[in-house]
Ligand binder design. Structure first.
Ligand SMILES: [Zn+2]
Ligand SMILES: [Zn+2]
Length: 356
């Protein structure tokens, strides 16, 4: 298995971001990412897709789209569309039709910032996902860096503090988002979790203070989506994009907060009677399943089944759990950083099923 680090969900000058595609690619190369996925609001600008090179290093820039209905007030229901390779924003008014079209176009659809609290002091509304009667989406954006920042904006003083101390922001996905995900998983839906930065690098003016909030490169060291692929990428943009989207669609991925320390090397697998499974996969029970967790360093980790913690380990690098119970098993890992216990890794589930 080969691990790739991807940062996704970001905006360029084609919508409300500050940088161009080329500038974003440069920042991604500097940060050492394998790929970035740009998702401008209601515009698909596929021409910029491809490998970008600088000083002997390269990054794959992929282009998706963040679609929402601009006529809707407030403008909720943002959908990240990846790999559809066509403009779909004209369907934003009907989320189910939009999802059906993404499917037809062999794309992936992730509900962006499904929980997104308002920041009324700053004129920022609640942009949560509300139309939950939809079907056919690939997954959810479990952890969105900008929603988390918004949730901390209780006053102007808070805004200034966090604008100057961005390393103190991230704590983990919202409890409400985790609960919603667990509820869907318990209902036996397969829902892939990804992490998004929602990078804009907007400039902020607060009295005499002027600051670029969260440059792209900052985001690229923070909430990333790590994917596992069977063979290394080949260096050709179209093929490699498909390989990445395939892994994302299967949930062969975890969300890693790489700022305190790189989450590279995390692994969550299952060994069944005659089959091995990776996070995102389904495995039959037969005579029991052994779940195995490998952590990048000794720390705290817990295993969750259908939303309920089943085992907790402290100060461990490898963990093992044998089960005969069906359910969606996922892993949460925590790390101490800047005086606080913070979410570090959120795996996709392994779906343990009873063989019928
Ligand atoms: Zn959005
Ligand atoms: Zn966005």
């Amino acid at each position: 298995m080969h691990e790739l680090v991807i940062n996704l969900h970001m905006h360029t000058t084609y919508s409300d971001g500050r940088s161009t595609h080329a500038e974003i690619a440069r920042a991604a190369i500097k940060a050492g990412l394998d790929a970035v996925i740009v998702t401008d609001h209601n515009v698909w600008v596929g021409d910029f897709e491809g490998y970008y090179n600088e000083e002997g290093r390269q990054v794959l820039l992929m282009v998706g789209e963040e679609v929402h209905d601009q006529a809707r007030q407030p403008q909720k229901n943002h959908l990240l569309v990846l790999g559809a390779q066509r403009e779909l924003s004209h369907l934003a008014w009907d989320p189910q039709r939009l999802l059906d079209s993404v499917r037809q176009a062999q794309g992936l659809a992730f509900l962006a910032h499904p929980v997104d609290p308002a920041a009324p002091n700053f004129g920022e509304g609640d942009l949560s996902w509300v139309d939950w009667d939809i079907t056919g989406f690939t997954g959810i954006e479990l952890w969105n860096a900008m929603s988390e920042f918004k949730s901390l904006l209780k006053s102007k003083l808070h805004a200034i503090y966090y604008a100057f101390n961005p390393r103190r922001i991230a704590r983990g996905p919202f409890q409400q988002t985790l609960e919603k995900w667990d509820q869907l998983l318990t209902d036996e839906q397969r829902v892939v979790a990804i992490g998004g930065s929602d990078a804009h690098a907007m400039s902020a003016h607060m009295g005499p203070l002027h600051r670029i909030l969260f440059p792209y490169e900052f985001h690229f060291h923070a909430i990333n989506t790590h994917i596992l692929i069977p063979e290394p990428l080949i260096g050709e943009a179209k093929t490699d994009s498909r390989i990445i989207l395939d892994a994302l669609g299967r949930g062969h991925a975890f969300v890693g907060y790489d700022l305190p320390e790189s989450t590279n090397g995390f692994l969550f697998t299952a060994q069944g009677f005659d089959k091995k499974a990776l996070m995102g996969d389904v495995i039959d029970i037969r005579e029991g399943v052994t779940l195995q967790i490998r952590l990048p360093r000794r720390t705290e980790c817990r295993l969750i089944r259908n939303g309920q913690p089943v085992q907790k380990w402290e100060n461990r690098e490898t963990c093992m759990y044998i089960t005969g119970e069906p359910g969606a098993y996922r892993v949460e890992v925590f790390i101490d950083y800047l005086g606080r216990r913070r979410g570090w890794i959120y795996s996709n589930p392994i779906y343990v099923r009873k063989k019928i």
